[in-house]
Each structure stands twice: as C-alpha cells, then as structure tokens.
Design a protein around this ligand. Structure first.
Ligand code: HEC
Ligand code: HEC
Ligand code: HEC
Length: 472
C-alpha cells in the first residue's frame, strides 16, 4: 500500500513533465537551445567480469558452490546491486511476480504502469542487448526511442558505472525468472500521452552518464557518494524539486542536495549536518543502525523510508552501509548557524503534576503519553523519542500530521524483526486537536519548531484520504 502511494510522487512529477514542459517546449523551440548536447552517447561497457569482481565489494555470505565461477559471481553481484537500487520497489506489483511490472502509478491525468523487466523474450526485456538495457536504465530512453517517464529514476542511475550496469544486466538476464506478462498501456488520454515533452525535460535535467573510472571504492566516502547519488537514488525523495519538478541538485555542489523534499505526503527529511532537523547529532553508527534495522535511539523509519529499509538498505553489507553513513556525515548543514537543542524538563514536570490544562497537553496525555511518555523520551528502539527528534523539529510538519492521522509501522528487518506500530487517530482527533497536540510536542522538552495549524491538518487529512474529522 505504501508503495502504491509512493508512486503518486513520481506521478506528480510526470504531470509536471507534461504540463510545465508544454510551456518549456515553446521556449525551447524559440531559443533553439536543446540540441541534445546534454545527452552523451551510450558508452560500450567493456570491463571484464574479473575486474568487476575485484573492484566491487560483494555481498556477505556468498560461499555457494559456484563462488568461483565468474559468470555466477557477476549475477550475484548484479542481484546485490538491484537491491541497493531497489528496482523491485517499482517493478514488482503487490502480490505480483518479482520484476513483472504492472504496478499502477496513479496521476491526475491517468495511470501509468511499471514495465516487465524479467527476461521473458516477448513481454519482458529478454531480447534487450546490454546497450538497450543501459539506454533505459541510465539514459531514460526506451528501446523504441521514446523517453521514459522520470518515475523511473534514471537521473540518479546515470551515475551508475558501466561495470555495475553490466552486472545488473547479467542478473536480470540470468538470475531472474522470466514471466510472461504483457505491459499495460498507460490510460493517459491524448494529448497528454505524447512523450516528446519528456525528452525535452530529459535533455534539460538528466546529467550525463558516467564512464568507468579507476575505482575509488577503497575510499569509503567516495563509495558512499557513489551509492547515495547513483544506485540508492536517495535524492529522488530527499532533495527538494524545482519549477519543472526536477531535483534542485543531484550532487553536493549545492546545500539543496538531500535537504528534504515532500514525497507522497511525507517529508523525506533533511539528511545534511544540521543539528536540529538534520543528521548533525547522529553518529555514523546511528545512521548505519537506522539503515540496517529501521530504528535507532533517535528515530524509527516510517512512510516511504520504511519500504526503503525493508527492501533495500537492510540487505546492503556493513562496508557499504558504513560508507553511506560516512559520506552523509560530510554534508554541511543548510543553516551553518543552527544550534543544537538541549533537553528541558519543565514540561515533563508540569505534565506529572497536572498543571498544564491546555488542549495540546491534555490531548497528549490521553493519546500519546502511554507510548511516548510524559518525558517525551519514549522507549528506545520501541517507541521513538519525541524530545529533540529531528523529525519533530523539521519546519515542515507534513510527516507529523500524516503519522498522527494514519499511524505508522516500522519495517521488520533481519536485525530487528519486531515491527512496532503506532495507531492512527483520524477518527478520534479533530483537526484542531491534532494541531494542538503537535504544537505542544513541537514546543516541549526543548523542541523548537513552528506551531501547526488546523488548516494544515485539514489539507493533509484530505490528501492522505483519512476519515473526516469527528463531529463534537
Ligand atoms: C521509483 C520507481 C522505479 C525504480 C526504483 C526503478 N524503475 Fe525502472 N521503470 C519505472 C517505470 C515507472 C518505468 C516505465 C516508464 C515509462 O513507461 O515511461 C520503468 C522502466 C524501466 C525500463 C524500461 C522498460 C522497457 O520496457 O523498455 C527498464 C529496463 C527498467 N525500468 C529497469 C529498471 C532497473 C534495472 C531498476 C533498478 C536498477 C529500475 N528500473 C528501478 C520505475 C522504476
Ligand atoms: C521513496 C522515498 C525515499 C527514498 C528513495 C529514500 N528515502 Fe530516506 N526517508 C524517506 C522519508 C519519507 C523519510 C522520513 C520518515 C522517516 O524518518 O523514516 C526518510 C528518512 C530517512 C532517514 C531518517 C532521518 C531522520 O532524521 O529521522 C535517513 C537516515 C534516510 N532517510 C536515509 C536515506 C538514504 C541513505 C537513502 C538512499 C539510500 C534514502 N533515505 C532513500 C523517503 C525516502
Ligand atoms: C501505541 C503506542 C503509540 C501511541 C499511543 C502513539 N505513538 Fe507515536 N509512535 C509509536 C511508534 C511505534 C512509532 C514509530 C512508527 C514507525 O516508525 O513506523 C511512533 C512514531 C511517532 C513519531 C515519529 C517519531 C520519529 O522520529 O520517528 C511521532 C512524531 C509520533 N509518533 C507522535 C505521536 C503522537 C503525537 C501521538 C498521540 C497523538 C502518538 N505518537 C501516539 C507509538 C505510539
């Protein structure tokens, strides 16, 4: 279900692709600009398998009988990379066969469907050459020459090195079960179904694909950057978007990169070094624990991130997770003057003696304190802390409203199998109650974030399809 809603984000993006770019197209024709210069030619990956094996860390526990067969090793390497890139998130429909596509992606102009990327010759990509595959994955161009909807995150995958594309190709051709399942046509009506505006979008916003460089993977920070910018496509959710819904930055050359974006009515929050709403107070170990187990002493994964942890990051090896964490810790804060928050026990004391009679405090005591406690500190790894939480202190309250209305469930992971859940309060709390309790949470225990209004709650209630507010 989360996956399905996650897709609405991409759908919004493709709407913009069609709408905003109709305007851009007119501009482009007059300005005689996009000559395709931004699109570099398809490289011909020619790195021998043995080089790939030597330069890339392989997943742990690969001691199978065929461990020394280079082809089998390449396939396994590709499987690992497909997890890191979370290809299944979009190409496997709920209850569908792995990678057979058909995930509906709703949009205001119609529905598109992810495609069958199993090696079936007729309905999948079984007859694709490595070059065809590369063109789709990194350049965003289908075999028939049409541009793909940017719902397929090719602007990130452009950073994937040819050697890794080759391993991915080996996996999809030899490690995935072919499934005969025809692709569904979009039901977007003409003229919105025309793909040419997408090619202009692509020429304007897609970066040039990378070539095979001498491997820098021995340096954890380079390896981390490579995984975050490329396969992990973290910025597809965590970077704010510009006028045509393109990501405002695809690399750390701007502090917009990974500074937070709203995706599917969740804030994919700031991952930069800010001490209040970013990862400034998280250690490298905190980050790896979160990506591996879906929780740590600061927070727990929910929304789209719960899926990312479940299907992708928990399967990455410890070296790669450490590399990602090390790299994220190099990102400078958006606000260099932001000061770390400090815990303040005034509110905890007031709650204990019952002296705070505000609607926010009373709503908290009645609905939240059993799990998150009157100290706001919760129970570590079980019910996350609200005190000094970077999630709570993010300026944009979308995630908080969403989680209070609809509840949330942590991912179940190999290292932390119990997935604790929070109930939704949409049928119990009015918009004003939710605004009051969140305003209370955001100004207690040392937290400092702007108040939440009933109008903001009403909007999220509508956008996430929660039940109408109770009548009193
Ligand atoms: C966030 C969602 C998403 C992720 C992640 C994703 N894809 Fe896609 N992909 C799509 C969608 C949607 C399409 C169809 C786009 C269209 O119809 O224009 C697509 C199209 C493709 C195509 C073109 C298929 C064809 O019929 O020509 C290939 C190949 C492909 N994806 C492979 C991959 C691989 C390999 C990965 C992982 C490395 C991946 N995708 C990850 C959403 C995704
Ligand atoms: C499909 C969208 C999506 C993608 C892709 C994604 N994230 Fe997230 N991420 C989110 C959302 C939404 C949240 C906020 C909810 C939460 O804290 O779990 C989040 C939260 C996080 C947090 C917790 C931050 C905090 O302070 O609580 C970390 C760390 C994180 N993401 C890292 C990553 C990394 C690293 C990648 C790439 C490997 C990534 N994310 C890819 C959507 C995404
Ligand atoms: C039954 C226990 C329970 C109750 C009651 C509860 N929560 Fe939660 N809360 C949780 C759990 C479990 C999570 C983690 C969910 C996840 O990660 O998917 C959570 C997560 C959160 C988060 C996100 C914190 C983070 O950093 O990940 C916020 C904010 C929050 N709750 C606020 C509230 C508010 C406000 C109330 C009362 C209206 C409330 N909760 C009631 C169990 C509870």
């Amino acid at each position: 279900m989360i996956r399905k809603t996650m897709m609405k984000r991409s759908a919004g993006m493709l709407t913009a692709g069609a709408l905003a770019l109709a305007a851009v197209a007119v501009w482009a024709q007059n300005a005689a600009a996009p000559s395709g210069a931004a699109v570099s030619p398809v490289p011909t990956p020619s790195v021998p398998a043995s080089t790939v094996d030597a330069t890339q860390p392989t997943p742990q526990a690969t001691q199978t009988p065929a461990a020394n067969d280079p082809q089998a090793q390449l396939v396994r390497q590709g499987e690992y990379l497909a997890r890191a890139a979370d290809c299944a998130a979009c190409h496997t429909a709920p209850k569908g066969k792995p990678f057979a596509g058909g995930l509906p992606i709703a949009s205001p102009i119609g529905t598109i469907y992810s495609t069958n990327i199993t090696p079936d010759k007729d309905t999948g990509i079984g007859s694709y050459s490595l070059e065809d595959f590369d063109k789709a994955v990194r350049h965003g161009i289908a075999r028939n020459g049409a541009t793909l909807y940017p719902a397929m995150p090719y602007t990130s995958y452009a950073k994937v090195r040819p050697a890794d594309v080759k391993a991915l190709y080996a996996y999809f051709m030899n490690g995935v079960q072919p499934v005969a399942q025809a692709n569904k046509a979009t039901d977007i009506p003409w003229p919105m179904s025309m793909r040419w505006p997408l090619s202009i979008w692509r020429k304007m916003f897609a970066p040039a694909v990378v070539a095979d460089a001498a491997s820098t993977d021995n340096d954890p920070i380079s390896r981390g950057r490579y995984l975050v910018e490329g396969l992990g496509h973290c910025s597809a959710c965590h970077t704010p978007r510009g006028f045509a819904l393109q990501e405002k930055a695809l690399t750390d050359d701007s502090t917009a990169f990974l500074s937070g974006g709203v995706v599917d009515n969740f804030l994919a929050k700031n991952l930069r070094g800010d001490p209040t709403d970013g990862l400034g107070n998280w250690t490298q170990g905190d980050i790896t624990a979160f990506l591996k187990g879906g929780r740590n002493d600061h927070s727990a994964a929910f929304g789209g991130m719960s899926d990312v942890v479940q299907h992708s990051t928990q399967h990455m090896n410890d070296d790669d997770l450490a590399a990602i964490a090390k790299y994220l810790k190099t990102l400078k804060p958006v606000d260099p003057n932001a000061k770390a928050l400090a815990y303040d026990d005034t509110v905890a004391k007031a709650l204990r003696v019952g002296s705070d009679k505000s609607n926010g405090a009373l709503t908290f005591l009645d609905n939240c304190a059993a799990c998150h406690r009157s100290t706001g500190k919760g129970y570590t790894q079980t019910f996350p802390t609200l005190a000094l939480s970077s999630t709570v202190n993010s300026v944009d309250p979308t995630s908080l409203i969403h989680i209070v209305l609809r509840g949330a469930e942590m991912p179940s992971t190999k290292s932390a199998p119990t997935h604790y859940a929070m109930p939704g309060f949409d049928d119990r709390l009015t918009d004003q109650d939710v605004a009051d309790v969140l305003t209370f949470v955001r100004s207690s225990w040392g937290n400092k974030a702007p108040a939440v209004t009933a109008a903001q709650v009403a909007k999220v209630r509508k956008d996430v399809g929660a039940t109408p507010q109770p009548q009193r």
